[in-house]
Design a protein around this ligand. Structure first.
Ligand code: FES
Length: 371
């Protein structure tokens, strides 16, 4: 049952059709895709450095959505009237393969307005040391974050510890060199390579807790750093977070984003129910000013999967608890989440949940996407 309830309280991110303006081959396995932003959508596509865009396309008959971080500073985006994302090809990845092989200038793609909490406001009056630890395509949001920090804060400096397999697999190598030239003495790049020996032994191998400990001891005194940015695979991000906690760094200064490429988009569990069995839960969805009641045969199903049967317009992307596109507020009842890599503790305390990870605990739940 669907009923009109009200005008939505907030403008929810939506898909808009954007035209690809440029495709840049970054490495054999990665591209940067730029989209022209028309004047009437300029305010919609304003972003905070570190945020991402969700792309949507029909590929081989399948509706595919994936989120990619914006890899431009804000001023560059305004100057070019573009937004740009980077995509590294993931083995078996439907969207990343399509972006790397098929997409060309002039193509139109559905792009959702920017989202994401992997951000840190800049302040021209501050003199800070920003340190980022990234691996592989984890560079994409970090490039925007560090470029913006260096540009907006003339007295600040930035260091990037960047892990890759080899030099030829480094995404945005040229942009990073440009950054070094533009901010000589203020930007320090440490390349750590796992499959290409370098002179300094410390820079050979993977970025793990042990290597970071040695890097901090030799080059980056932890207590002289103001803001930390971690982006890459789960193990690297968790290892770095643990190490920073052990060193007394407060969580509010550690900004992180995890790439769960191998786990996102898993098929939904098969829910087996007796024919005619009563619903285990009823979830009321408030979305875009319309209220819809959704019967859930089993509380083991995610609220997002149940919702999509009645409201295919419900927002989602990764379905893995990473991107935050499916966020909504619980206004009645109780839910539990399987996992969460997108919400901050204060958001959870305010009742925000990820619908793709949420299951009803109580028999009735109301979820508000508009709040
Ligand atoms: S769809 Fe990405 S976190 Fe739910």
């Amino acid at each position: 049952m669907t009923a009109l309830i009200s005008t939505p309280a907030r403008t929810r991110p939506r898909f808009h059709t954007l035209t690809v303006s440029h495709v840049q081959q970054l490495t054999d396995e990665a591209v940067a895709i730029s989209f022209a932003v028309p004047d009437d959508l300029a305010s919609v596509f304003e972003f905070a450095p570190g945020q991402h865009l969700t792309l949507r396309a029909t590929i081989d008959g399948e509706d595919v959505r994936r989120s990619y971080s914006i890899c431009l500073s804000r001023s560059e985006a305004l100057l070019r009237k573009e937004v740009r994302v980077g995509s590294a090809r993931v083995p078996g990845g439907v969207m990343s393969t399509w972006l790397n092989e098929k997409v060309k200038p002039g193509d139109e793609i559905e792009v959702m307005s920017p989202l994401g909490a992997f951000t840190c406001p800049t302040d021209p009056g501050l003199s800070r040391h920003h340190v980022a630890i990234a691996a592989g395509s984890g560079i994409t949001p970090v490039l925007s974050l560090l470029a913006s920090a260096l540009e907006d804060e003339p007295s600040s400096r930035a260091t990037l510890i960047f892990g890759n397999r080899r030099t030829d697999s480094i995404m945005f190598l040229e942009e990073l060199e440009d950054l070094k030239n533009a901010y000589a003495g203020r930007f320090h790049l440490i390349n750590v390579l796992s499959r290409e020996p370098q002179e300094v032994e410390l820079f050979n191998g993977r970025i793990d807790k042990e290597r970071l400990e040695r890097l901090f001891g030799a080059l980056i005194p932890v207590d002289a750093v103001d803001e930390w940015y971690l982006c890459g695979p789960f193990g690297m991000v968790e290892g770095a977070r643990e190490l920073l906690r052990d060193n007394g760094v407060g969580d509010s200064h550690v900004h992180h984003e995890v790439f769960h490429v191998d786990e996102v988009g898993q098929p939904a569990p098969v829910i087996v129910t007796e024919p005619g069995a009563p619903a285990e839960a009823v979830v009321t969805i408030n979305l875009d000013g319309r209220s819809t009641e959704v019967e859930m045969p089993s509380k083991a199903e995610s609220i997002l999967d149940a919702t999509l049967r009645e409201r295919p317009d419900a927002p989602f992307s990764c379905t893995g608890g990473v991107c935050g596109t499916c966020r909504a507020r619980v206004v009645q009842g109780e839910v539990r989440m399987d996992r969460n890599y997108a919400l901050e503790p204060e958001e959870i305390a305010a009742g925000i949940v990820l619908a793709c990870q949420a299951h009803p605990v109580t028999d009735t739940v109301t979820l508000d996407y508009d709040a």
